[in-house]
Write a protein that binds this ligand. Structure first.
Ligand SMILES: *[C@@H]1O[C@H](CO)[C@@H](O)[C@H](O)[C@H]1NC(C)=O
Ligand SMILES: *[C@@H]1O[C@H](CO)[C@@H](O)[C@H](O)[C@H]1NC(C)=O
Ligand SMILES: CC(=O)N[C@H]1CO[C@H](CO)[C@@H](O)[C@@H]1O
Length: 460
């Protein structure tokens, strides 16, 4: 009975009708646009090298002695670093250095890259059943291995990706490049709808080996290990339900404008013309400047109002206190990040970096476990290490539907990137997870020597 009256009034009220129509159209438009811009992580795969490449610290020292390339002091330094690094006895070295050779050729580096990059992509394709011809975007990051045709071309060639594939090959960008690659893929997915983006994070150990006596360049020999990861992102509507995570935030900070930051990790020749990567003692300062500024930006995005308020109140109080009495010892309020994220996964770096980070951000031992165990088990695998960490918490069965995961990577430049994901489902057992079969043995107690660090002493 009422219907005709309503219709009648609406039709008579043309301005109201058109406003309603336009509003609903706009609403539909924005809703469709929003969902199509969302980026999902369908799945990822971490490369696990064959057991034959596993090596203990003792073996590495023996190899180094045997090679006759290093002085007594350098070998001593190596032992000291191993004692304090947080690295265990089951990390992987590249094939060539297990043999009786001291010179690596281009074919050795290529072989290493093929093993880790193709190994992780093969596994990812098998897990996700995505067809190669459906991949529209490819972003590869690898710091040191830079050849022609590029690593991204090697991938396009091997998997016969389509000729219109949009591909980028990021080199020289350090350990934070993996999350930058995610950021770049995210931006590309904003303009290329209905696409899959394959992101590959890798590093070459073969090309990273330094055969000289400058201790400030020797650190990478001690910490750096074989690893790689492949990640499949998508903005396709049909993939929303099948995906593991949804991308919530990406925050990138670049401090390369500062000379101190710029020079603290740098590739150069030593006094005898041998190429190596110098890591200076300014690393800590540079790392924490960039991490702090990035975290501040991220905190603004993720922290609830209550935590922000406490932080601001503390900041204002400190300012007033130091104005009144410059000698006042201020107490810095560290926001409780546990209310905003469920899992924190910082780049493994080295043990001292993790210790400092834990202190600064106020995370407990449990929160740092994934990073410490990844460092222990796989070493510093550069930009792919954050994926081994994510695999760790998945293997432990800790990722529940709705959980927020914060991955953070920092490295030369100095740059820092943070990415926050939300789990779309509770992650189940996965036999291709690199920790499967051994996860119950973790966490382990990592024994480290006490005393001041031998890191970063330049012997120039
Ligand atoms: C930074 O480095 C550049 C190039 O080496 C140099 O020209 C400049 O003076 C440096 N700036 C400062 C503040 O030291
Ligand atoms: C981890 O490895 C990368 C790559 O060689 C290196 O740049 C970085 O300094 C390492 N981290 C630490 C804390 O040594
Ligand atoms: C993307 C983003 O928000 N990046 C920020 C990271 O941190 C620096 C310093 O706080 C900001 O200037 C960037 O905008």
């Amino acid at each position: 009975m009422n219907m005709p009256i309503i219709n009648f009034t609406l039709i008579n009220n043309l301005p109201l009708l058109s406003t309603l129509l336009i509003t609903s159209l706009l609403l539909c438009f924005f809703m469709i646009k929003r969902t199509s811009c969302r980026v999902y992580l369908i799945d990822y795969a971490c490369y696990k090298p064959p057991d034959t490449q596993m090596c203990t610290r003792e073996f590495m020292i023996k190899k180094a002695i045997h090679s006759g390339l290093f002085s007594e002091e350098t070998l001593d330094f190596m032992k000291k670093v191993f004692g304090k690094s947080g690295i265990g006895d089951s990390t992987y070295l590249s094939e060539v250095y297990l043999k009786q050779v001291s010179v690596a050729y281009m074919k050795d580096s290529r072989r290493e890259m093929e093993m880790s990059v193709f190994g992780s992509i093969d596994m990812l394709l098998k897990k996700t059943s995505v067809r190669c011809e459906d991949i529209g975007i490819l972003v590869v990051n690898c710091c040191i291995y830079n050849t022609m045709p590029s690593l991204s071309s090697m991938i396009v060639n091997r998997y016969k990706l389509r000729d219109g594939v949009i591909s980028y090959n990021l080199v020289g960008m350090g350990c934070s490049a993996g999350l930058m690659a995610i950021g770049l893929a995210e931006q590309l997915l904003q303009v290329h709808h209905d696409s899959y983006a394959l992101v590959v994070s890798a590093e070459s150990i073969t090309e990273n080996c330094y055969v000289g006596d400058d201790r400030s360049k020797f650190l990478t020999n001690c910490l750096f290990r074989v690893g790689g990861a492949a990640i499949l992102l998508s903005n396709r509507r049909s993939d929303h339900h099948a995906s593991k995570y949804e991308l919530l935030h990406t925050v990138h900070t670049n401090e390369a404008h500062s000379n101190l930051s710029y020079n603290c990790i740098i590739q150069e020749e030593d006094y005898a013309g041998r190429i190596g990567i110098t890591v200076t003692k300014h690393l800590f300062k540079a790392a924490f400047t960039v991490v702090t500024s990035n975290v501040t930006t991220l905190a603004n995005l993720i922290l609830p109002a209550r935590e922000k308020l406490k932080y601001v109140a503390n900041y204002v109080a400190n300012n007033i206190a130091t104005k009144l009495r410059p000698t006042t010892k201020v107490w810095q309020y560290v926001p409780n990040y546990n209310v905003a994220v469920d899992h924190f996964l910082p780049h493994v770096g080295g043990k001292p970096v993790l210790d400092e980070l834990q202190k600064k951000l106020g995370f407990d031992d449990m929160a740092m476990e994934a990073s410490r165990m990844t460092l222990y088990r796989f070493g510093n695998t550069s930009s792919s290490s954050i994926w081994y960490e994510l695999a760790y918490i998945e293997a432990k069965g800790r990722v529940k539907k709705g959980d927020r995961v914060w991955q953070m990577a920092f490295g030369s430049g100095f740059k820092c990137s943070s990415v926050v994901w939300r789990a779309r489902r509770t992650v189940d057992y996965d036999e291709t997870n690199p920790w499967t079969g051994e996860i119950d043995g973790f966490p382990v107690q990592v024994d480290c020597d006490d005393g001041p660090l031998p890191f970063f002493e330049s012997s120039k």
